[in-house]
Design a protein. Sequence first.
Length: 307
Amino acid sequence: MDVLAWLRDADPALRWQVERDLAGEPPAVWEATRARIATEGFGARLLALQDADGQWAGGAFFPAGFRGDEPQPWTATTWSLNALREWGLDAAALRGTAGLLDRHCRWEYHDLPYWGGEVDCCINAWTLANGVWLGADVAGIADWFAGHRLPDGGWNCEWVEGSTRSSVHSTLNSLKGLLAWETATGGSPATRAARRGGEEYLLERHLLRRLSTGEPIVPGVGEFSAPVRWRFTALNAAEYFRAADRPDPRLAEAIELIRAARQPDGRWLQARDDPGRVWFEVDVPAGQPSKWLTLSATRVLNWWDAR
């Protein structure tokens, strides 16, 4: 089948990335498609669900009134901002949101102010990336990462409970936040060193295996799903190294795992459905060909093979 044509027939949030990263269209083409995110499809729908106080679903990480007796919902402010940023929405469409959240949004953890972050590495990473995007003052969060890297090289969201061993989930999300910060500001010697150290933590394990036993680094490392949200997989990690443009030889085995998952027709299948409330679906059920995964895996392979 014509995979590129299949990918082009998509929401503007996905299509502009296909045009830029796979089709090689000139900026005038993909920028025009990207501009439609604010007024069409997924982006316009999610923008319309924003509360007057700048939040989504009345909460920072969880919806207002969430009691914990259901799977993690994906509707609150942080998850909604993550989606809009990752889709490529121009921050101008959210003009004023940073200030509204500064005044009205508090973390469920100890009622801390939103742009100050909290103690969870993943939450702080997303807040750092979203803050840079929206123009909030998040320099303190960037510095926080430099001071909270664990002795083995990465991060763990459970450090506050006493964990001293890094988590690949926490480390990958932390790296993404730091990369967004450095891309926007250049970073500092401390944040750049922290990010490089976190990369080494993952590369030493070839994105796949525990150093101690050689067993899979996490269950499902080769099971890819979209939206990515928080989960570490070989594809999610490889996308980070592509974005950072660091084609290290230790990525090779993970790249081949991604390549092996390609179906005979050139597409990748959705591996799982993450439970939890959503505003609306943006991808297919498990077992069906996923446009988001096919975009991601194809551009990772193109990047790797070009080097």
